[in-house]
Design a protein around this ligand. Sequence first.
Ligand code: MN
Length: 289
Amino acid sequence: MSVHDAKAATVGGMTVRRALPRRGLRTVGAWCFVDHMGPEKITPTQGLDVGPHPHTGLHTATWLLDGAILHTDSLGSEQLIRPGQLNLMTAGHGIAHAEEASRTPGTLQGIQLWIAQPEEARNGPSAFAHHAQLPVLDLTHGQGTVLVGEFAGASSPACVDTAILGVDADLRRGTSVWELRPDFEYAVYCASGAAAIGTAAIGGEVVREGQLLELGSGRSEVTVDVPDGARLLLLGGEPFPEPLFMWWNFVVRSREEAIAATSAWDNYGDSERFGRVHTAIAPIPAPRI
Ligand code: MN
């Protein structure tokens, strides 16, 4: 077990805390990217507005703790997302999307996650799904929402390509024991508060706001001890066997594939690969590779 601080990054004019990928930890199951955005005040002129940009070879999972974001994409989807709901976008060979928060002023806080697609799906069709209701579990000293996968007998309706798990746990003071799968590797991101996570025998490792606790695999349960409230995101999955090449918004396998995706995006408007997003905000140019 080891604890790591998330690193600051800038996305759409907003400072975010990036917990994954990090040096020495590229993936947890197929989870390959975790950005904690906010909490930050959004006004009509200032906040998260991310113009059209492309993705390949991944699902994006958007989960809000506060506020609202309008999602539009090149499939024609237009969807406002609020806390308790999940947006799951599948890129496959290519999709483009935009995200706007400035139309809904207030406090914005959320977690943007990417899930790598395996070889057999990563060049497949794109898709978008909005899940307005997800299973909510009683965790004794709080509740857990199953975003993806299955936890404590409850299954999320979200469809992904590999066996993974994502649970948002909103906890008060108290202790609980979470059942884990020994064949999964796990990590816990702390969005607020603090918790000691470990086993009754050896005690817990403390994870605080803005930190990721790497749990590894081979565990059948873990004890979660919260002294004074915590918001935790449990991520897990079967170790992802394929080495990834992540460049900008592309999850591919080689530099050559990243160059091909970049030049397709350079032709935004003419590119069949990524299509067009119907939004007033300007597209984001790809950085040079
Ligand atoms: Mn995106």
